[in-house]
Design a protein around this ligand. Structure first.
Ligand code: DGJ
Length: 695
């Protein structure tokens, strides 16, 4: 049974994980344990007794599951509110517990009530048993008549076993250079990661992995988790002055306030976390499986090899030029042709058109229908780029509704890329965009949408907000989810890609509506190796859209550029008119090879064997779930000769089964994993090695 109660304590168990909560001697709801699943209920320790430390307030010492700001507490809380009378102290007491069974998924709901005010907090814990993950969120309900202002409502505080020094792994970067992996030791104090940009951001990601400083890809205790949210977020890793380490995660409280009227409930997004003794690689694979099995709208659907014309033609698109590209693309084995920016009303540069989502009459005199017919006639599906949250001041939409953008009336409206942000918190804006895009999808045979979002927020005002204007940060994100979900419900055949100037909106919140993420605007293959390695910490390969473009052409061989992109969901984005016959032939042969390994790359288990973030010679392996087939990619960027290249030890194979490793013969899985193989490469070379089980 995944959840059970014992002596006012609750134990949550998944296949391999145990998580125990209980009331401590002071009645505080405390974490008792988070780690490997234990054999017996009585194995889970009781809450630590904070009285062992006199003269200090107990909150520093109590692993409270959901601390509110109250009393002499100086640790970072999950909840801070102001009551109608100005009181800003929230004293939560345990009230009740309930266990629900939702179609086989068990959920524990713990209810806490304020000692005086009619404020109720429900903590939800859902056990994803076979995925080895626990999902948490909180609901804050105003049971009275007077409004309550919420100033912070995080999703969870996670506690780590006391007494160790921890190392935090996290992702950091910037536009064109996302998802670099950083590992740093946590010292007393707080380490804060966040986004204040309205979206998840290119700069950091709401993902964490904590270990005791010595875990590797394959072994060591790793506690990891995410916030499933696509807006402003905050992560606070706090090592207290009593050597306990905790990590809180939630919607950023920066500039945030939420007015909770009587009878209303505010729900936080989910934080989803797990534990494994098998290192960072296993932690990633747990997340990958969960994303594919539980989140993605199209689950295990294999993604088509696409061509996207952006880097070839930028805004200079029209029907003949796109048909010309499509005719070349199809001969290379491309299955989906995506028309990017530039197709709509007056969109010749980035200074006009956003908001007016109908085809430019000069470029597409037959509407999109002419191009779509040609693309479909060639046997390919058709996809389209849109940027629904944006508007150019030079657009019919802005001329009609200049009040629809996020702004402060007395301040300039800062433009970035000559565009402003439509306030998706507003229901009228949501309805307008739903209507526009619904028509586009109804009138045209569109199989794929790339939903872009190309700027960060500024002047975050909502002048005619019906209530508290600082709710914008949250209502905007729910607005985006609502528009997206409505369109997706109406057009279930469409595959959606989340793009935000590359990887600016990659998170487990958006992956409930989008099947893919455009990983980065940086398509140069050697730079991509590191970006993709970081991306894979959280996201599976089918989510990772990767194009072969002309970036690095002339320096990095086409085969290497393909191999890098074949590690994800393969696309092509170069100017095919400039590719000579030998390049097109090579591309066709590599696309055919990709199709042969596509199921195991997109849906198999990924093993990061040698990290490109650490070595100029790197390797990554994909193994299908049945362990019958595998693909190994090896890359060498630049190492001065004479180079000493490492042996590659395969992973994920059956120990006793025999496998043929292309070009290396047949040996047992144990042999390939223990004795390994040597793959010699020169600078800027790569190799795809296929592996098949023979018996
Ligand atoms: C940013 C995206 O990341 C690019 O791939 C491209 O779609 C441009 N926007 C188009 O404006």
């Amino acid at each position: 049974m995944p959840i059970y109660t014992k002596n006012l304590g609750w134990v949550l168990e998944t296949a391999n994980l145990g998580y125990a909560i209980g009331l401590d001697a002071h009645g505080l709801l405390a974490n008792r344990y988070w780690g490997a699943r234990l054999p017996y209920p009585e194995d889970y320790p009781p809450p630590a007794d904070p009285r062992a430390w006199p003269f200090h307030n107990t909150a520093h010492l109590t692993n409270e599951e959901f601390p509110a700001y109250a009393g002499p507490k100086y640790i970072d809380p999950c909840l801070k509110v102001t009551f109608f009378d100005g009181v800003r102290d929230t004293l939560l007491n345990y009230f009740s517990a309930e266990i629900k069974d939702l179609k086989g998924v068990q959920e524990l709901i713990l209810t806490l009530n304020d000692a005086y005010y009619p404020l109720q907090v429900k903590l939800h814990y859902r056990c994803h048993v076979e995925h080895d993950l626990i999902e948490r969120w909180a609901e804050v309900e105003n049971l009275g008549d007077h409004p309550i202002t919420i100033e912070r409502a995080f999703s969870a505080q996670w506690h780590f076993p006391r007494g160790s020094q921890y190392r935090l792994s996290h992702l950091a970067g910037r536009w064109l250079d996302e998802t670099h992996l950083h590992r740093e030791i946590l010292h007393p104090g707080k380490l804060v990661l966040e986004s204040r940009r309205l979206t998840t951001s290119h700069n950091a990601n709401p993902w964490f992995a904590l270990d005791r400083g010595s875990a590797t890809e394959e072994q060591g205790d790793v506690w990891f988790g995410v916030l499933a949210w696509s807006g402003n977020w905050k992560l606070v890793a706090e090592t207290t002055d009593f050597s306990s380490t905790r990590l809180s995660l939630g919607v950023n409280d920066w500039d945030f306030a939420w007015r909770l009227e009587g009878g209303q409930t505010y729900s936080t997004p989910s934080s989803i976390a797990g534990y494994t003794p098998q290192g960072f690689g296993a932690a990633s694979r747990i997340l990958h499986n969960f994303v594919r099995d539980r989140l993605l709208p199209h689950g295990h659907t294999l993604h088509k090899v696409l061509y996207n014309s952006w880097e070839a033609t930028t805004f200079k698109v029209d029907e003949p030029s796109q048909v010309q590209l499509a005719e070349i693309a199809v001969k290379m084995g491309i299955e989906l042709f995506v028309l990017d920016d530039g197709w709509f009303q007056k969109r010749d540069l980035d200074n006009a058109g956003l908001g007016d989502w109908w085809p430019d009459e000069v470029k597409f005199p037959n509407g999109l229908g002419g191009l779509i017919k040609a693309v479909n006639g060639l046997g390919m599906q058709f996809g389209l780029w849109v940027e629904p949250e944006m508007v150019n001041p030079d657009s019919d939409l802005y001329r009609a509704h200049s009040d629809w953008v996020i702004h402060f009336p007395t301040r300039p409206r800062s433009e970035i890329r000559q565009q402003l942000i439509l306030n998706f918190a507003r229901p009228d804006v949501q309805e307008y965009i739903i209507g526009m895009l619904d028509k586009l999808l109804t009138d045209n045979n569109i199989a794929f949408i790339k939903w872009d979002m190309n700027r960060n927020v500024s002047e975050p005002g909502w002048p005619d907000a019906p209530g508290e204007a600082r709710e914008l940060w949250v209502r905007y994100v729910y607005g985006v989810y609502r528009v997206w979900q409505t369109l997706s419900d109406r057009h279930p055949q469409v595959i959606w890609q989340s793009c935000s100037g590359g990887g600016g909106r990659a998170d487990l919140g958006i992956l409930r509506v989008a099947d893919q993420v455009w990983t980065s605007d940086n398509t140069e293959a050697t730079a991509r190796l590191s970006i993709q390695d970081g991306f894979s910490q959280v996201f599976p390969a089918n989510v990772m859209e990767a194009w072969v473009t002309d970036a690095g052409r002339g320096l990095v061989p086409l085969e290497v550029r393909f191999h890098v992109s074949m590690c994800g969901s393969l696309g092509v984005g170069g100017n095919l008119l400039h590719w000579d016959k030998s390049e097109r032939d090579l591309a066709a042969s590599l696309i055919a090879q990709y199709k042969a390994i596509r199921p195991l790359v997109q849906l198999g288990d990924q093993y990061r064997l040698i990290s490109p973030q650490e070595h100029a010679y790197s390797a990554v392996q994909y193994v299908d779930k049945a362990k019958t087939e595998s693909a190994l990619f090896v890359f060498r960027t630049f190492i001065p000769d004479p180079a000493q290249l490492p042996q590659i030890y395969l992973r994920g194979l059956d120990l006793r089964s025999r496998y043929e490793v292309e070009g290396y013969g047949v040996r047992s899985g144990a042999a390939w994993m223990s004795a390994g193989l040597f793959v010699p490469l020169k600078n800027l070379e790569s190799k795809l090695v296929r592996i098949r089980k023979t018996e």
